[in-house]
Design a protein around this ligand. Structure first.
Ligand SMILES: Cc1ncc(COP(=O)(O)O)c(C=O)c1O
Length: 426
């Protein structure tokens, strides 16, 4: 032991009675070991790890990996606006004027005029009184739910609700119960049984479910929320710019009054080609969140480039509803073609998320790798993200996918899947 080490151990009891590494080393953590086990399974099966593969260029209907071009079904750039020249120019202009960071929370000195412009534009587009921006969609859900609800409240979530809502529920300390996916009679039973025992009840759903590509029965949910005096929150991450004739989302799709939903949430990272999240609703909720929600107050404001890009994308969406029409037409084409080839598309319907259910995680990964060899990039969704029997390939369709790209990709998927099941070689 050198002099310094002797000195440190003489004055620091913690180093004298050092605990054996098993006590604190993260590599001994049970969850880490379980994760590592799953990760190593790829190597054992002789399959390359499908995660964190770097793409080159814009992630739109095509992408480049290792210098090779692929037809791309792995990005939620639904309207192709990431990569759009006007959106890029707006992001660059915002950087030129305001820099790359607003360098403070908006509450103190991070506010720039673009923030409020985007909040008002979003509220106007959605038919809400006001909206508030967060730096991420995930952060928007965690912070909003975590802040608005508490121990005396109940949150009823669809069983397939996104992780960000689950995390928000945990943070809030409210009781969380799940109802079977899109099963509103189950939801009603839970409301009948539990409503009287809680102060406030929130029903949390998505406008389009991100794993299955199906849509909730929003008018019925509104009836239930009114009948049981509950609040309703809709996460529109995958329905903004996607559903409704002008892309206003699931509310427009069903023609409901936007004021019948208490909390509209959405992300800027999908149709709006940026990064960030929003909450839209009544003036009171938004004002309360802006002054008190920790994920807003104690976090930096959205970057100038991201606000500029989202504003430009929203303007384009308003000016060009044809984009939404094309997206819906391409999504319908993909679904019809997949069904006609006998692929199991689960409950997907009328949305640009089409799962091809394989029912086995290893097989799903193998199929994606065969498709890569045929020039198609699509991501496997495997255990533990879904149950093994529900393992799938998830296709995101975009407005800029051509009809030819869709026909080729569906036919190739069916062909490679048949070969794989028959035990054939790639
Ligand atoms: C339903 C849903 N909500 C919230 C989020 C989080 O949004 P973001 O990725 O923009 O943080 C996602 C992300 O994919 C999502 O699918």
């Amino acid at each position: 032991m050198n002099q310094l080490a002797k000195f440190v151990s003489s004055i620091c009891p913690a180093t004298q009675n050092e605990a054996p590494p098993r006590k604190y080393g993260f590599r001994f953590d049970q969850r880490y070991n379980a994760f590592n086990e799953r990760k190593n399974a790829f190597a054992r099966l002789g399959i390359a790890d499908p995660f964190f593969v770097p793409h080159d260029g814009v992630n739109n209907s095509t992408t480049k990996v290792d210098g090779r071009e692929f037809i791309n079904f792995a990005s939620y750039n639904y309207l192709g606006l990431s990569g759009n020249k006007r959106v890029e120019a707006a992001a660059k202009a915002a950087i030129d004027r305001y820099g790359t960071s607003v360098s403070a929370s908006r509450v103190v000195s991070g506010e720039i005029p673009l923030h409020r412009e985007l909040e008002l534009a979003l509220a106007n587009f959605l038919g809400a009184e006001d909206s508030v921006l967060y730096v991420g969609g995930h952060a928007a859900n965690v912070s909003t739910i975590g802040h608005l609800f508490g121990q005396n409240d109940l949150i009823l979530c669809d069983a397939l609700i996104h992780n960000s809502i689950v995390e928000g529920c945990k943070l809030s300390g409210a009781r969380r119960l799940s109802f079977r996916h899109n099963d509103l009679s189950h939801l009603e039973k839970l409301l009948q049984k539990h409503r009287p025992h809680f102060e406030r009840v929130l029903i949390a759903i998505e406008g389009v479910y991100s794993m299955d590509g199906d849509i909730p029965d929003l008018p019925h949910l509104i009836d239930l929320k009114k009948k049981y005096d509950a609040a309703l929150m809709v996460d529109e991450a995958h329905s903004l710019g996607v559903l409704g004739s002008s892309g206003r989302g699931v509310g427009e799709h069903f023609g409901v009054d936007p004021r019948d939903v208490d909390i509209w949430m959405g992300t800027l990272s999908k149709s709006l080609a940026s990064c960030g999240g929003y909450i839209a609703g009544s003036r009171e909720i938004i004002e309360f969140l802006k002054y008190t929600s920790p994920g807003f107050v104690f976090s930096v404001g959205m970057t100038p480039a991201n606000v500029g890009a989202a504003l430009a994308a929203l303007k384009l969406l308003e000016e060009q509803p044809r984009l939404v029409e094309t997206l819906q037409q391409r999504a319908a084409l993909f679904l019809e073609s997949a069904k006609s080839k006998g692929l199991d598309t689960g409950s997907s319907g009328g949305t640009p998320i089409v799962p091809v259910v394989i029912g086995d995680s290893a097989l799903a990964v193998q199929l994606t790798q065969r498709l890569l060899l045929r020039g198609i990039s699509v991501h496997p969704i495997i255990y533990p993200a879904v149950e093994n029997h529900a393992a799938r390939l998830r296709f995101f369709i975009a407005a800029d996918h051509s009809e030819e790209q869709i026909s080729y990709s569906v036919a190739t998927t069916a062909e490679e899947y048949d070969r794989l099941r028959a035990g054939g070689r790639a």
